[in-house]
Design a protein around this ligand. Sequence first.
Ligand code: P71
Length: 468
Amino acid sequence: MEDDDRSKKPRVKSWAEPFKIKMVEPLKMTTRAEREVALRDAGYNTFLLRSEDVYIDLLTDSGTNAMSDRQWAGMMLGDEAYAGSRNFYHLEAAVQEIYGYRHLVPTHQGRGAEHILSKILISPGDIVPGNMYFTTTRLHQELAGGTFVDVIIDEAHDPKSEHPFKGNVDLVKLRRVIDEHGSQKIPYVCIATTVNMAGGQPISLANLREVRELCDAHGIRIIHDPTRVAENAYFIKEREPGCEQMSIAEIVRALCDLTDGCTMSAKKDALVNIGGFLALNDDDLFDKARNLVVVYEGLHTYGGMAGRDMEAVAIGLHESVEFEHIKARVGQVAYLGHKLQDIGVPVVLPIGGHGVFLDALAFLPHLDQDVYPAQALAAEIYLESGVRAMERGNVSSGRDPATGMNRRPKLELVRLTLPRRVYTQAHMDVTAESVAEVHDRRASVKGLRMVYEPPQLRFFQARFEPIG
Ligand code: P71
């Protein structure tokens, strides 16, 4: 009888990570008193904490991934020749096969590629439209004399909107920018897959096709930021009509094929600890990039990476488009996100590809944006449990160069970012419980005053003091 009952129950189909763990790194537990000292010493900025004082490190998914045994084996095959390293040719072949771009210029990480691209393509007075800013990308555009203009759909700025493709470009906004400034002033449109600052939100293939058509009509290039393109491809497979049967690799290739080149931080999707590249289809641009990379990064066959690093990136790129890998990766983020949502913590919806983003304005409605609620919330979560998160709000957004005022972005977020293949489901449970504890006493969380402010990318080194 009992057996019959059980057989009528719907079966839950569990899934698990497509790997087992071969090497472990012990974590240090700290007391609240130790964390109070560490946080004060760090000026209430989680970027300034020592990693040793952190229990679960969700600061970033950048360079914090666990490499596979195949990648480690590849490291042993590093060809550390100054010129013409074998590993460069492996990486070139991987980029050509997986992304489809013709020419590769290696760089030490993503911002190295952004620097070179911005110097080549942007002239003072130029306009660079994009689907939301990223901190380093926008800074390099500005340093080259350009101005970034946000053309992402409005829903991206609304943490509650459940639009399935919050990374989409608003074609009306883009058309307006082209009409206003003229195509000669627009060296390229910058398209990120997935959009980090919007909460890890994807762009659809259909939308990118429309962007391509519009850009073709005006002779404007599209430069892709594929730093997390595999996560974007997974969301397309799950959500975009007509794409259910496509493989992750096919979707990644389809996205890249709609663009003219890319600046890539290999520290995310490519499952390594360091690396990046610029890839271009145009022969002349490639020539210019190759000339500049030797000035700023290193010879054009290593660009700041060791041979072994390039080998690990080449192997990691192949692993990044494996379905079971990306399903588990995005699935773990969703697990944490839904757990927080169930507790009643305000999170950006839909849950993103690389992390769960807490809505600090909804979490701490008693704090004005100029006392940095997201910074204060990240500090409080660390204090609670040793979980390290990252501010992605008013501090990250910086000051408007024209007015000198804080930009006060619509999104005031704390990012709980998951390194790939590093933490377990139990770590996610502990994280959710820690955030829930802070949520219970949220009314007592106080704001912060900035007491040291660097002129550029201030979030990295800024220091704060509690108010009151
Ligand atoms: C992230 C990072 C690393 C980071 C960078 C700046 C501030 C805080 C943390 C880096 C990206 C990225 C995208 C979409 C280019 C870069 C730069 N992200 N594009 O999210 O997300 O790459 O770090 O290799 O130079 O923690 P780089």
